[in-house]
Design a protein around this ligand. Sequence first.
Ligand code: SIN
Length: 283
Amino acid sequence: MSDNLSFSAVLRVQRLQPLIGAEVSGLDLREPLSAAHREQIRALLLRHKVLVFRDQPIDRQQHLAFAAEFGAVYDHPTTAKPEGAQPGIDLISAVEARRRVKKLQYGAWHTDTSWDVRPVLGGILRAIHVPEVGGDTVWVDAAQVYAGLPDDLKETIDRLHLVHDHHKALQQAGVNQPIVAHPLVRTHPETGETVLYANFLQNPSILGWEPAASEALLERLRREVTRPEFQVRVSWRKDSIVFWDNRATLHYAVQNYGDFPRVMERVLVASDDIPHRKVATPA
Ligand code: SIN
């Protein structure tokens, strides 16, 4: 595979890591996308899983419009909202997070809205107020993580389900919905890749397992997720935008910026897919 792909005269793509992540330039995200660029970005997202766009001073309306090119905008019921913002804009703020979690020391590997029956296709984060250094976000390719597991571990997890319990926060937000369990190994609905589908943030537990055994297995999987070979780490600058495939990755926000009031805004793109595992049927 070549290092740099060029789909057209204006769109430039630079890989960030061999397995995951690319920086895309030559676009002005304040403008509506052409149909050709929309399809190219979609293809790039499936291929690289994390797309970084630098120096894009878009406003909220343009942020929403960019997301809407790829699907319906998802209205997250429990994430804080910026004052006066349109529905669909989430506030990802260190000050807000510290208000909820008093001792904010470490991030956690997660995938967004996995507690929903139909978790989102992707997320688009926009950096608004970021520290000069620190506050990076790391993504891991969950298909590579799965592929790299030893066979005995694959066999153990292949038919398991993981409980994603966001019940308390949802109830507090007035949303009453069942606690869901999704397959721990999922087939990506577009690429067909086999993906480790785990979220270490939302009270995870293996469905039907004793707590100690469940925790031990999750700890083992957490270690696999932390392999740098499968990761890309994005250092933010103001007006950086990152679009990630939420079905193929987990991410981790690095909490190393002290009291700095880091502010991001996020728009999520909805999906119809209910996570499932396609298993080959015998001929
Ligand atoms: C998120 O978890 O969606 C946000 C990540 C970040 O703040 O870097």
